[in-house]
Design a protein around this ligand. Structure first.
Ligand SMILES: NC(=O)c1ccc[n+]([C@@H]2O[C@H](COP(=O)([O-])OP(=O)(O)OC[C@H]3O[C@@H](n4cnc5c(N)ncnc54)[C@H](O)[C@@H]3O)[C@@H](O)[C@H]2O)c1
Length: 269
């Protein structure tokens, strides 16, 4: 539909073809965008982003999103590639060493917690700060970060990622006010259904969680492809006055108390 014809942007967090960011990158290109891809040097070795960049002729810049130096080089590199300021950015980054190492929430390793918050939430502030300082986004630009409903309601097993997502959503509002007033840049978070990706599979009981969420969502779980469809609308000119919002993209899960599909799983007695 050429929703993003002539638009340019950075997409973070595509690791492999399961990644939500991978689907967003594919869809953004299909909608006419020119994109710069980025991920950590380690994930570029472990995943398949280089192949994606080669296949689509995209520029790829390695950056650790916790490093202001790397983010500075990323934004400079993107501006050089695009010939100036650009239109959109996707933050699709999350990782919890506590989840990875099986540390339960009541017994967190605080060094790991700092890493969770730095990678999954503060990286968003650092990215926005870098974009703002370098005046890298055009008027009416759009920034989207991915989040999960565990920021508002507690989900067993989501652990310290819940705290990171709550912080991420707060940063979207706080920076959204500043960037909106100064440059009409909008900043939103998309709260996505559980999705079978590399990060998603790190969460305890993910398979059961996917089935539960599906039964509790009148429209069914939103897939990574569905999420990409939604996010390109948020990068397009059709959503220019939507900002500082946490937007649920979850098949209705967030508004449901109990569905008939879930009741059907209850033991008869
Ligand atoms: N999968 C789900 O169920 C689900 C649901 C809601 C929201 N999300 C969010 O979607 C986003 C993308 O996750 P995904 O599910 O596509 O999994 P994914 O594993 O494909 O993506 C996570 C990405 O974060 C990157 N990353 C980790 N540390 C980094 C760092 N220091 N600097 C830069 N990048 C770094 C990884 O390399 C990876 O590409 C995350 O924010 C995640 O929390 C996922």
């Amino acid at each position: 539909m050429e929703l993003l014809k002539g638009k340019k942007g950075i997409i973070t967090g595509a690791l492999n073809d399961k990644s939500i960011a991978w689907k967003v990158a594919e869809r953004a290109i299909a909608e006419g965008a020119d994109i710069v891809l980025t991920n950590t040097a380690l994930s570029l070795r472990m995943g398949s982003l280089q192949e994606f960049a080669d296949a689509h002729g995209c520029k790829l810049i390695a950056a650790d999103a916790t490093s202001l130096e790397d983010l500075g080089a990323l934004v400079d590199g993107a501006m050089e590639h695009f010939g100036g300021p650009f239109d959109f950015v996707l933050h699709s980054i999350g990782m919890s060493p506590n989840v990875r190492k099986g540390r339960p929430y009541e017994s967190l390793d605080y060094g790991f917690l700092s890493k969770t918050l730095d990678i999954s939430a503060l990286s968003f502030h650092k990215l926005l700060h870098t974009l703002y300082e370098k005046d890298a986004l055009k008027e009416w630009g759009s920034v989207v970060a991915l989040t999960y409903i565990a920021a508002e309601r507690t989900f067993a097993g989501y652990n310290d990622m819940a705290d990171a997502k709550a912080l991420l959503q707060s940063i979207a509002r706080s920076f959204g006010m500043i960037y909106g007033a100064s440059k009409h840049v909008r900043i939103n978070t998309v709260s996505q259904s559980p999705t079978a990706t590399t990060a998603g599979q790190g969460i305890a009981g993910m398979e059961d969680m996917l089935k539960y969420a599906d039964r509790m969502s009148p429209l069914g779980n939103a897939t990574a492809d569905d999420c990409a469809d939604y996010i390109v609308t948020l990068f397009s000119d059709y959503t220019r006055k939507v900002t500082m919002q946490n937007l649920y993209h979850d098949g209705g899960f967030s508004s449901v108390g109990l569905t008939a599909a879930e009741v059907a799983t209850f033991p008869k007695e």
